[in-house]
Ligand binder design. Structure first.
Ligand SMILES: C[S@@+](CC[C@H](N)C(=O)[O-])C[C@H]1O[C@@H](n2cnc3c(N)ncnc32)[C@H](O)[C@@H]1O
Length: 289
């Protein structure tokens, strides 16, 4: 599947409607991809929540909640006596998530439509946990956002962030089409101002934001055969492809052949060793006074 001129116009409209230049866009397919990805990363995020002692009754903020997979996980842990607030500038994703989660009834859920780089206050009380997964890497001012979410955290509460460190991606034996696909992902993200090494710098950003050196870090680095690796990265590439084409990084025809070759390689079933991006988690407890 490739993006044509019609898709690019749609993307431009979509970006205007949420007033952003978010590289992955806001299509229904992207929401679906985020839900699937959320399920893949659920054990890693659950491990981080376990490390900080997330428990029933906590009030939590999920920054950049998207279609709500992390809200669901937090809600299942904090239960009906807790509360989960999702914040995102994409109101369609956030509202749909809250509707679905409220119907499930596992916790109390609410949604705030906001740009994380916007308001200094969001109303309501402070949180036991402020959490952001795969969000700060898109921010032009991650230290400013960290400073802000720290101010929204209760004394004795936690700030926790998980993001991807992309530079670990590798494949053996090499496959030209796969290198090209990963190259398109990286270049498009970088041209949108995203730092693909962002997660590795988090402990320094915590200190710069006045939060202090992290209490803990967690690194998850999957190594799998080719098929799950390429399925994940093809879906990611499809989400940002209209922007890659609009920026002149690749063409529709080129990507048609890249997708065909990577799909063929997956079917051929040759043994490969695929190293993914690392998911890096960092957290800090705010002192009681
Ligand atoms: C890659 S998705 C991650 C979604 C979710 N946190 C997860 O882990 O499944 C990034 C989300 O951050 C949101 N986002 C990106 N920049 C934002 C900003 N400046 N303000 C608010 N939300 C933002 C996007 O709309 C999107 O829903």
């Amino acid at each position: 599947m490739t993006a044509g001129i019609g898709d690019i116009k749609m993307i431009e409209q979509e970006a205007r409607s949420v007033r952003d230049d978010y590289v992955l866009g806001h299509s229904t397919e992207e929401y679906e991809r985020l839900r699937r990805q959320g399920q893949t990363f659920e054990p890693v995020t659950r491990r981080l929540f376990h490390a900080i002692g997330l428990r029933p009754g906590w009030t939590c903020l999920d920054l950049g909640c998207g279609p709500g997979e992390t809200m669901r996980l937090i809600g299942e842990i904090v239960g009906p006596s807790g509360e989960v607030t999702g914040l995102d500038r994409d109101a369609t994703a956030g509202r749909e998530a809250v509707e679905r989660l409220q119907a499930a009834g596992t916790s109390r859920y609410r949604f705030i439509e906001a740009n994380v780089e916007g308001p200094d206050a969001i109303g309501g009380g402070l949180f036991d946990l402020t959490f952001a997964r795969m969000v700060l890497q898109f921010s032009r001012d991650p230290v400013g956002v960290l400073r802000k979410i720290y101010s929204w955290t209760k004394p004795g509460g936690y700030v926790a962030v998980q993001d991807l460190y992309v530079s670990t991606i590798n494949l053996y034996p090499k496959l030209e089409a796969c290198s090209e696909l990963v190259g398109v992902i990286r270049e498009t993200c970088e041209r949108f101002g995203q730092d693909t090494e962002f997660a590795f710098k988090l402990p320094v950003y915590f200190v710069e934001a006045g939060i202090g050196a992290p209490d803990g870090t967690d690194v998850h680095l999957p190594m799998t055969p080719f098929e799950p690796f390429i399925t994940h990265h093809q879906a990611l590439c499809r989400s940002l492809l209209p922007r890659a084409i609009a920026l002149g990084i690749t063409t529709e025809a080129r990507m048609h052949s890249v997708f065909r070759d990577t799909e063929q390689a997956a079917v051929d079933g040759q043994q490969h060793s695929a190293l993914w991006s690392a998911m890096i988690g960092v957290w800090k407890r705010k002192p009681l006074r």
